[in-house]
Design a protein around this ligand. Structure first.
Ligand code: NOJ
Length: 726
């Protein structure tokens, strides 16, 4: 006779309760294990499934995942494995799948609809590979630019991050988690992981709980509201308490206060690190007990948690009810996702979807919108409007550098780095994109690498010779995978190797110098700011980066991207995020030209020009529970139709606790034809004006608020009106 839990017409809750009641302690603890596939032999992996009922694996693809799943299903209770993968910007660990721009790149589109579509594409491709769960999105706040993982963030602003997080989670999880092509999302790294001191990855974070609630928690709250199925615990510590044992944040705030009903997975060997790196536990028994008590439900890659935890429960040192709670959350998601049903098995989503035309189209659109035009002196771009170019020089170490263009989290870098892998798909480096589009316009292209990115090795003379019969120079510089990612924090954000020397030599030739940046994070580029004729920021733009960038150069579309993160004049200016507090005695660092960023948050040019006028609030006086409408006229004064990203900032004029000079609270994307004026409306809920008190309460204080609207976060760009909250 069938058990109750096998009956699909019962609710996940009923099925979970029934299954839990049938499980042995060993089977339960097995469900809490997430095993890292690439650290084991096949036999060892099989042993984890057959003899220990492992609940999850990470980083196993295709046929091998299928094989392990078959073994799991033939276990005593037939509990399916949930397979997780780092599909961070597309299913990039699989050679052949769609690779999108990095999160940092895509966030510059400020386009939640398109980012949701990218999530959908990723979900389909991951599901077609028989995998159920992506460890994405990253909701860390990119404020210390030295940190190696800035590329993985949606930038520096909690509001923008929250909006984009909700969008991508919706995309991953689809209409119903049980649909064959829906996958579970994972909001990570909970919490304030990006803020570690000195930008040192996984190091101690000096943040207060007030700050946590003001800055770091809001995007994660949006993730809970969006129904995000899982959360991942950060690696770092907060004021000396490792995140993996932070009961207040995991149990009290996430699960109890925010009502998160999914499960929490640790990061890779967080539990083991309590002993070896953070040194708060003497042994695995203590580390396992603390990890469970704090509220972690699944343990990633600490395999000796299994024996230790069984022993802890048997000896009465750990309550079995905590194990039941953790396993209940895991099983409940497995039921909700339909993992017990056949349609969640590989084969149900055809592999034909992987990199299909429709997916490439979504990628191309998102890549186009991710590019940010930082400089365009004398409207040098779009290129060749007067047929002045017969031959173009493409110079620089990132011109033909697919690995740098992809950035972190592809098969080149994870799980076992395969730097020499041959891509299994058609891709566009900057060189290829520019060469192809130039050829179609009868323009010849000459290429020279010029220099290495990491060493002083260069052939600047060779590059200069290459340029000699060219009419303009496209220099492609930036950084590379060795300078981004875990274990790759930087102290110096200048262009590395001989890149600056190369650029100076190119500049001295007196030809138009257009610079394309291919980089994981903002670099300090004051020389480019002063000397390049045009600068295009592409970050890590994925498979179609070169195609979209070439189209931008030739004006095949009108750029609309805006920075989601600020650029410093100098490494020492970090942090340079826009939403800082007032009160600094100095007007600026004495050795820098400006207090503000070189290129600030929200900034980005287009080939057309927008003019803002007539800022009107639906009311000038309101109550705390109101929602008001903020309206502004935006006129397209240029020659091209375009899309403008209209930004709404607020400032609490006088508050009981200091609040940032500016905080983004809304934005709108509007398409405006050349010569046309559009009235743009953005709703502002007054509850969003709340500050966090020292005793961690959110309150809206009565008084005056400045409401600011404009094209970017610079003071000089914004129209302002006063709103009085009663
Ligand atoms: C470590 C990283 O911090 C995390 O982002 C990732 O998802 C896991 N390892 C699994 O690869």
């Amino acid at each position: 006779m069938e058990n109750k839990y096998q009956n699909p017409s019962l609710s996940p809750k009923e099925r979970t309760e029934d299954l839990l009641s049938l499980m042995t302690l060993e089977e339960k603890v097995g469900q809490m294990m997430q095993i890292s596939y690439n650290t084991l032999t096949l036999e060892e992996a099989e042993d984890w499934v057959v003899n220990k009922n492992a609940g999850s694996f990470l980083h196993v693809l295709g046929k091998e995942a299928e094989h392990l799943q078959e073994l799991a299903l033939s276990n005593r209770l037939g509990i399916p494995i949930i397979f997780g993968i780092d599909a961070i910007h597309g299913h990039g660990l699989m050679n052949g799948a769609t690779i999108f721009p990095s999160q940092l790149g895509m966030s510059c589109s400020w386009n939640p609809e398109l980012i949701e579509k990218a999530g959908r594409v990723t979900a389909r491709e991951v599901a077609a590979d028989g995998i159920h769960w992506t460890f994405s999105p990253v909701l860390c706040i990119g404020r210390d630019l030295r940190w190696g993982r800035i590329n993985e963030t949606f930038g520096e602003d909690p509001y923008l991050i929250g909006v984009l997080a909700a969008a991508i989670i919706k995309g991953y999880q689809g209409k119903n988690l049980s649909d064959a092509d829906s996958i579970a999302a994972c909001a990570k790294h909970y919490l304030a992981y990006g803020e570690s001191t000195g930008g040192r990855d996984a190091y101690d974070t000096e943040v207060t709980y007030r700050k946590i609630r003001e800055v770091f928690l809001p995007p994660f709250k949006k993730a809970v509201e969006a129904g995000c199925a899982t959360f991942m615990t950060g690696y770092q510590s907060i004021d000396g308490v490792p995140m993996a044992v932070n009961k207040k944040l995991l149990r009290e705030i996430l699960k109890e206060e925010l009502g998160f009903e999914g499960f929490v997975v640790t990061d890779y060997n967080n539990t083991g690190s309590l002993i070896t790196l953070q040194k708060v536990s003497p042994d695995i028994s203590d580390a396992s007990k603390k990890s469970v008590e704090a509220g972690n439900d699944m343990i990633m890659a600490t395999n000796d948690f299994y024996e230790a935890t069984i022993e802890l429960v048997k000896s009465g040192l750990l309550s079995e009810s905590l194990i039941d709670e953790a396993v209940g959350r895991i099983l409940s998601l497995k039921f909700s996702m339909g993992l017990f049903d056949t349609k969640k098995r590989s084969g149900y989503v055809s592999r034909e979807v992987i990199s299909c035309k429709e997916h490439q189209q979504v990628n191309l659109e998102l890549t186009r919108e991710s590019l940010v035009l930082l400089k365009n002196s004398k409207n040098i771009l779009p290129l060749n409007r007067n047929n002045e170019i017969k031959k173009l020089a493409v110079i620089g170490p990132n011109a033909d550098n697919l690995k740098a263009q992809f950035g972190d989290w592809t098969f080149f870098t994870h799980p076992d780095p395969k730097p020499d892998a041959v891509p299994n798909f058609e891709y566009y480096t900057m060189l290829k994109g520019i060469t192809e589009l130039s050829a179609s316009r009868g323009i010849e292209v000459a290429y020279h690498k010029g220099c290495d990115l990491l060493t002083d090795e260069h052939d600047i003379e060779g590059a200069v010779t290459t340029v000699s019969d060219c009419d303009a120079i496209i220099a492609v510089v930036g950084d590379c995978v060795e300078q981004n990612g875990e274990f790759k924090d930087r102290a110096n954000l200048d262009l590395s190797g001989s890149q600056l020397e190369l650029l100076k030599a190119l500049k001295s030739l007196g030809k138009p110098l257009i610079v394309i940046l291919v980089n994981g994070k903002p670099l300090s580029i004051p020389w480019l700011y002063r000397n390049a004729d045009a600068i295009v920021e592409t970050f890590n733009s994925g498979i179609l980066g070169g195609k979209a960038t070439a189209e931008l150069l030739y004006g095949e579309f009108i750029p609309s991207g805006k920075l989601s993160i600020s650029f410093p004049y100098h490494s020492g200016q970090t942090p340079v995020y826009y939403n800082q507090l007032s009160g600094w005695h100095s007007p600026k660092y004495v050795d820098l030209p400006d207090k503000n960023a070189l290129y600030p948050f929200g900034y980005g040019l287009s080939y057309t020009k927008y003019q803002y006028s007539n800022l009107v609030l639906s009311t000038k006086v309101c109550n705390k529970n109101d929602t008001i409408t903020v309206q502004v006229n935006v006129t397209n004064r240029g020659k091209y139709d375009g899309t403008e990203i209209v930004q709404l900032y607020i400032n609490d004029k006088i508050s009981s606790i200091m609040t940032p000079d500016k905080e983004l609270k809304g934005f709108a994307r509007v398409f405006i034809k050349a010569g046309e004026t559009k009235t743009v409306s953005i709703n502002l809920s007054i509850s969003d004006l709340a500050l966090v008190t020292p005793d961690e309460k959110y309150i809206v204080e009565p008084g005056e608020f400045e409401i600011m609207v404009g094209p970017d976060s610079r003071d000089s760009s914004l129209l302002k009106e006063i709103l009085v909250v009663k």
